[in-house]
Design a protein around this ligand. Sequence first.
Ligand code: C5P
Length: 295
Amino acid sequence: MTSEAASDLSVLARAKVNLALQVTGRRADGYHLLDSLVVFASIADRISVAPAEALSLRVAGPFGAALAGAPDADNLVLRAARSLAGAAGIASGASIVLEKNLPVASGIGGGSADAAATLLALQRLWRVRPDPAALAGIALGLGADVPVCLDGRPCRMRGIGEILDPLPTLPQGWIVLANAGIPVATPAVFRARKAGFSPQLCLPAHFADFRALADWLRLHSVNDLEAAAVAICPPIAGVLAGLAAGPGCLLARMSGSGGTCFALHDDAASAAASAQRLSAQGWWARSGRLGGDPA
Ligand code: C5P
């Protein structure tokens, strides 16, 4: 195996950020129809795989211990591995290491991004390439956010997460992610939502710069799950206020079903200063690029 191939066996699972998330309807089976702008930050977990006879998972990293209390997240990695092995007729195993740098159950797709990264890494390790429709089916079967994480590019996400339209190139900027450290369960947030449904997003053809993107988001979109998440987990309101108070913040909003919130900045220094200030308050906070290379 070449060294290039070896590095392919380590895949970043980037934080997924819903810049906007509108709930536009509800299916008969209870799942909600969404219209969301999804982007990926340079802040990431990492999945590494190596050949082994049996399938195993070791969790490391600052939030590794937190997974003990959130078994679904690590099961998602193993479920992804088993689904791929089943679909591709693979009998051998793999030794998987998950470096958990992102807070768990926090609305930035951690478990979903980990599952997607597992599918990518194991396709390389096992040298299998399921056809795109089969892979998409495996991804959606693992969770509504897994397909968008597997795609990994900024996109508009509709349906329950399976309709993905790539976005025209978005202006690049900086993001601060912050979290009060309280896991928020997605089904509970959807259940607690009281408001009616929002219209579909009406996207402009392009954004002149990052500030124009932030202005458009503030004026023409929302996260429809924010109020319900704050009702379940009031500290989220404090995180939003802390991000909004950071000099240079263009927009502060919650991602996904929470509790991670984000702030958009158009310069690296103010984003880093905001993350430092929020970390000093005892919250998890990181700054990174939106759409740029991993830090
Ligand atoms: O599919 P995933 O595990 O991400 O979703 C967790 C839960 O969130 C679902 O069981 C459902 O209650 C809710 N959900 C929803 N509509 C979506 C995505 C998730 O109602 N589009």
